[in-house]
Design a protein around this ligand. Structure first.
Ligand code: NAP
Length: 256
């Protein structure tokens, strides 16, 4: 897979990202079947396979339970090979605090858990409400100060509403939005973000596993020119490989 620029950040990412919520948490997922958290060996093998297939983008969050901590251990010695996106504002699990102090403390904890001295991107992990108000601006100011200190390369938001996306577009480098064949309301925001030079990450590209046809679902997302990468959650290396092949076909390259 050919890497592409994450908006104007100077960061190059694969068009497929690995969503890692199920590396750290089994609760609260809207997947079709119950989640079994992979063992350390399985998780290491998944990451190794991802790198081998050309995936360099990982999405995690403090709200994903042990995901950051486990990634910190698995990525030791190969941090520079990965683009790590994490979040701030939601703690495990559904405990929200978007105050500037809490955002800074959250980023400091993420750095420790991920065993790194920089994060490629930190996104406001929105509850769907804060994103449209002044609370979001204060959080973005806090993230911008962390960016100035070199602890964070890019700042952004994972939003749930158009108003929240538009506010983030004004202030951020990256937005994460839901888009799949069943949920298309954010397509306008994707286009606006792209036209303003932001990187656009799509969450739930397979409708949290409810997409009928995986390859068609991936193509639907990547056919939107504003989308930088689809973040697909999987713990299954065979699914990962199928997703990579689907991305390659959607982008007009690679074998079937
Ligand atoms: P998703 O990527 O749309 O779907 C994940 C589901 O699809 C899992 O059940 C996975 O199961 C299955 N799957 C993946 N590839 C498959 C394949 N080739 N064949 C069959 N099934 C396949 O949903 P998501 O995980 O909810 O969203 C993606 C990522 O976005 C998350 O992991 C997370 O990183 C991020 N996200 C962020 C937020 C937020 O910031 N608020 C919210 C939601 C999601 P297997 O493990 O069995 O493959």
């Amino acid at each position: 897979m050919q890497s592409r620029p994450l908006g104007s950040t100077g960061i190059m990412v694969s068009p497929l990202g690995l969503g890692t919520v199920a590396l750290g948490r089994a609760e609260g997922l809207k997947y079709p079947s119950p989640v079994r958290i992979p063992t350390d060996d399985e998780a290491r093998a998944l990451l190794w396979r991802a790198r081998e297939l050309g995936v360099n983008l990982i999405d995690t969050a403090p709200a994903y339970g042990l995901s950051e901590e486990r990634l910190g251990s698995f990525l030791q010695g190969e941090r520079g090979d990965w683009v790590v996106v994490t979040k701030a504002g939601e703690e495990y699990y559904q405990r929200y605090d978007f105050s500037p102090d809490s955002i800074v403390r959250s980023v400091e904890r993420s750095l420790t858990r991920l065993r790194t001295d920089y994060l490629d991107a930190v996104l406001l992990h929105s509850d769907g409400v804060v994103e449209a108000g002044a609370g979001a601006d204060e959080a973005y100011d806090a993230l911008a100060r962390l960016r100035e200190r070199g602890l964070v390369r890019a700042i952004g938001a994972s939003t749930k509403t158009e108003a929240g996306a538009d506010r983030a577009i004004e202030r951020c480098d990256v937005v994460m939005l839901t888009c799949n064949e069943q949920e298309t309301a954010m397509i306008g925001a994707i286009e606006r973000a792209h036209s303003r030079g932001l990187g656009v990450l799509v969450k739930k590209p397979l409708g949290s596993g409810h997409a009928g046809d995986v390859a068609r679902g991936i193509r639907f997302v990547l056919d939107h020119p504003g989308v930088t990468a689809a973040i697909v959650g999987t713990t299954n290396p065979d699914h990962l490989e199928k997703n990579v092949r689907a991305v390659e076909r959607a982008m007009g390259g690679g074998a079937s």
